[in-house]
Design a protein around this ligand. Structure first.
Ligand SMILES: Nc1nc2c(c(CN[C@H]3C=C[C@H](O)[C@@H]3O)cn2[C@@H]2O[C@H](COP(=O)(O)O)[C@@H](O)[C@H]2O)c(=O)[nH]1
Length: 330
């Protein structure tokens, strides 16, 4: 259900979009070029993630994906700094991500942990989300992300739905809702609930919740905490690297106005038509790619595999222009 919502609402956007187009000729060419052989990228090809094959790895990945958004405002900061910083912190102190401690983090403490010399982008939001995660893990899952995963009975879709329904934990008295309370609709901007409203319709993208399922699948190599019987239902994770890579491949085409905004590094507002189209069209395009690979080449590929390939190439190409949105979702 949850994953059908993501696919259907991404298609809704792609069918009405005006700033971004999924180019069918570009898509066919990209599929021809790979001939169904998606370059195999190892999860953790960077060698930056914590892994001990147990529940602590699950806690690490959940904390990582709680904070896995918006690195670009600091030119020197990247996802690698977050993954390796959290890894080192955990190696030095095995209880650093215990639920009670997550609820007490401050901005300067998180900065120290990551050995980052200045405030992180959206640091106060990062702290709020850590508190929320600590609170809800403690309240509903005995403090452990591994219990959350086990409660989903090897279903990645259920995991995404469970995360979206439990985080935000709006009852948390420590979560500061000042400034939110006058406007009901802004309740949606909390936590893992990666939704937007586009032309009056609610669109579901769930980037951080889905990437958590994919990280489990990748880290545990489809076994143990990473065993899901529906991993093929997951879509790509709509961030700011994958759209840029799809554009470079000629799968996405931008209007000239949007192209110049992206090239000149101008910010795009969160929830704007342009932003929703960039993200939703990326999901739709990769689902179309999968269909085409299946029809033309008779091969079944996972969006998780396509995502890792696109992301790994995109992120190693720092000159690739990407869109810039201040967002807690990606
Ligand atoms: N679609 C997609 N987006 C991903 C990832 C990952 C890392 N995934 C790990 C999983 C296994 C591998 O070994 C990877 O390490 C990060 N991101 C996003 O990229 C952006 C960061 O860019 P920059 O500022 O340049 O560091 C930011 O939005 C971040 O959320 C992914 O896999 N897919």
């Amino acid at each position: 259900m949850t994953m059908d919502q993501v696919k259907a609402t991404a298609a809704f956007v792609a069918n009405r979009s005006s700033h971004v187009v999924v180019d069918s000729a570009g898509l066919e060419k990209a599929v021809e070029n790979i001939q169904g052989k998606i370059p195999k990228i190892e999860w953790d090809f960077e060698g930056i993630h914590y892994f001990d094959n147990g529940p602590l790895t699950v806690q690490y990945l959940f904390v990582l994906d709680t904070l896995n958004f918006c690195f670009w405002p600091d030119k020197k900061l990247s996802y690698d700094d977050l993954a390796s910083g959290l890894k080192e912190a955990l190696e030095n102190d095995k209880s650093v991500f215990d639920a009670d401690r997550l609820q007490k983090f401050t901005g300067p403490q998180l900065r120290n942990l990551l050995k980052w010399p200045r405030p992180l982008p959206l640091e106060d939001e990062r702290i709020r989300l850590l508190h929320e995660v600590g609170f809800e893990l403690e309240r509903s899952f005995g403090g452990k992300a591994s219990n959350l995963v086990q409660s989903c009975g090897r279903s990645a879709a259920k995991l995404v739905a469970t995360i979206a329904s439990h985080f935000p934990a709006c009852e948390d008295p420590t979560v500061n809702l000042q400034g939110y309370l006058n406007n009901d609709s802004t309740m949606d901007v909390l936590g893992f609930r990666d939704h937007s409203v586009y032309k009056g319709h609610q669109i579901f993208l769930y980037k951080r919740a889905q990437i958590f399922a994919a990280d489990l699948y990748g880290a545990f190599k489809g076994q143990g905490y990473g065993e899901f019987n529906d991993i093929s239902s997951i879509t790509i994770f709509a961030d700011y690297i994958v759209p840029a890579m799809l554009w470079k491949l000629g799968v996405l085409k931008y209007s000239s106005t949007l192209a110049s905004i992206i090239e000149s590094n101008k910010e795009i507002a969160s929830g704007s038509e342009e932003e929703v189209e960039l993200r939703a069209c990326s999901i739709y395009a990769v689902e179309k790619m999968r269909d085409l690979i299946s029809v033309k080449l008779g091969k079944q590929v996972l969006s998780v595999e396509l995502d890792l390939w696109l992301w790994a190439y995109g992120v190693q190409n720092p000159s690739l222009p990407h869109h810039r949105t201040l967002s807690i979702y990606y």
